[in-house]
Each structure stands twice: as C-alpha cells, then as structure tokens.
Design a protein around this ligand. Sequence first.
Ligand code: SAH
Length: 403
Amino acid sequence: MTDFLSDAGLASGAALVPDAGLASGAALVPDPGVAPPLAAAPGLADLVGLDREELKQIVTAVAGDRAGAMRANQLWHWLYHQGATSFETMTTLSKDLRAKLAEVARVSRPEVVRALVSSDGTRKWLLRFADGQEAETVFIPDGERGTLCVSSQVGCTLTCRFCHTGTQKLVRNLTPAEIIGQVMLARDALGEWPSPTDGRLLSNIVMMGMGEPLYNFENVAKALHIAMDNEGISLSRRRITLSTAGVVPMIERCGAELGVQLAISLHAVTDEIRDVIVPINKKYPIKELMAACRAYPGLNNARRITFEYVMLDGVNDTPADARALVRLIKGIPAKVNLIPFNPWPGAPYARSSDTAIKTFSDIVFAAGYASPVRTPRGEDIMAACGQLKSDSVKLRRSERLPA
Ligand code: SAH
C-alpha cells in the first residue's frame, strides 16, 4: 500500500454528482436538474484539493515512471483547467495510466443536497460532504460577472450575535478539497469549463460563507493557491477576498502567503459594543486589530482593506459612530462596506433605517472613503450575508457514519 492511500485526508469516500444543469429551476423550487449522487466510492484517493507535488506522488506510485512531474502537470490541467470529472476524458494520459488511476483515485465534487435560485438570480447550494456534514455556497451574479461566496467551515465558533451561522455549533473545518470543490461545483453549474481567460461569469471569490477562514488557514490557503494557479482555475488574487472577524495573529500570514484582498468584519467602533456583537473582540480588541490592518503586507491605495459594518438599529448606527469609525481607520487605505442587517428567525436585532444608513454612509464618504451600501442579495432563499446555516449538528461518536 502506498502512502497516499493510507492518508485519511485523501481517502474519504464521497458521492460524485454529474455536472449537467445543476442550478436551473425557478425561484425557491428545489432544482430539478440535480441528479441523485452516484454510489460513494470509499477508499479511493480524491485528487481534488491536491497540489502538484501530491499529484506527482500519486502518478509515480501508480505508474512508477520517471515522467511523473509531466504527467502530474497533465493531470492538473484536466482537473483544474478542463474541470474533468472522469479519467476516461483525460485523453492526453495513456489508456493504461487512466485505468490505473481509476483503480485508486477519484475526482470528487461535493454532493448537492439542495439548489435554490432567488428571484434576483442568486443561487444557493446546500452541499453534503463525505461524512454527511453540510455547508452552503452562494453565487451572486452581477451582469456579465459574478461572485462566489465560499464557506471555510461547517458552522462557526465565533457566535457573532447578529449572524445566523453563529447559532450553529462548529462541527469541523472544511478540507482543501471541500473548499476548492465549492468553486469547481459552481463552475460545473455555470458550464464554465475549460477555465475561460476572460468573460467569466464566476469572476470573483469571497471567503465570506460559513466559518472563520483564518481559523482554518492551512486548508483555505491550499485551496486558494489552487484557485490562483494560472494553469488552472486561474483567479487573480485581486479577485479573491478573504473576510475575517479579526483573528489578529493570522492576518500577516494571510497577506504574506496569499496576497489576497482583506476584509475585516468590524461592525463596531468601541470595544464595549464589539465585545458583545463580535465576541472574538474580547481576545483581539480593536486596537490590536487596527495595528494588524496597518501592517497588512502589500497594503496601498490600489489594494485597500474593506471594513464591513453591519447596520444594526440602535446599536452601532449613529452619526457619532460614523465619525468614530473614520477616526479609527485614519491612514489606512480602506473602503467601508455598509451591510444592512439581514434578518433570520429569532434574531435579536433589526435593520437600521434607510435614513440612518444614508447619513452614516455620507459621513464616511465625506471623510474620503468609499462607503457603498451592500444590496442584500438572495434574501428570499436565505442566502444573504449572515443568513447561512446548515442542519449539521455534532453527532455523538456512536452516531457518526463509518469512515
Ligand atoms: N467569519 C468571517 C467570514 C464570514 S463573512 C467574518 O466574520 O468576516 C460574513 C459577513 O456577513 C461578515 O461580515 C458578517 O459579519 C456579515 N453578517 C453576518 N450576519 C449578518 C447579518 N445577519 N446581516 C448582515 N450581515 C451579516
């Protein structure tokens, strides 16, 4: 048995879903185009989520030849440029190699449990992974372009008071395969393979789905390196935004190793209020967070930090708050994204009035910062910011599916 097959991270079983027509169908109606998953394939190494070196190890292990690097590159091309999901189609590889690969490996996609389409065109997929855990991915079209909102964890540990995901207990981190798998599945649904050079519908990625990406940095980084590789999915780091509630010790690495756009879920200008609504503030208070922002590698006027600020009625939305915000970010190349609070069942807050939001935005804008108000998208399918939640709960060991 070769090493890679005994690696639990590579050999989890999962269902394969055919590509065709994943997300057609009318608003709120479960997508009729979602075919039932094929039988799970336990024991096969999943090639999705692997980097070039790992692909080379697999190719060399099955074919035992010296051209491993070249074949690994070909495999890379099929996986991440062509979006191939079966070995038969990988025609630049010899028949023999394809057959051998099929015996030990597979090309996975997350299983689509539910696909919804909003009246505004936003699409949401509830995905189920090999162990039965679920997470959501949202595609937000914008004319000829579009942004995919990707989850990094099943659930979230942060318990931000205004966020629906925060009411769900963290179950686990997503693997690199499960993270990049969300992008690949969206590409399948949009019919966007081979990876186009321009005119892309899926033009941007935001790590703003479920979970805190900087609490799962290694896996997120591996997935984003795959997404940015220009011989594959090939999304520029300028088109990728990672949003954090403020895991201060990881912010520097995010800039240095990934160089992606940084967004900070700020939401309050005093520790007193932020401690309550974004509890991670008790660990990393505003002053430390701002220092980490000022030190973000590569920060300049062309690469600004986005400060996200959810507008909560009577909590953080006064003109004095807006002026304090401006003082807080002084000197940081930044823009401020105002997010009208999106309600969810049982939420303890309400959305600020349009007037309060407009006044707040005007004050920030007058101080020299772009201050767009984010239009809620996909509200009718609970796909807007902060509305994501899956039914995954922590199962007792005895209830877990066998590995
Ligand atoms: N944990 C990371 C990634 C999640 S991003 C982070 O906190 O940045 C999700 C964004 O939606 C965050 O800015 C979050 O604060 C915001 N959000 C959460 N709940 C919301 C709600 N109910 N209405 C509007 N925005 C919300």
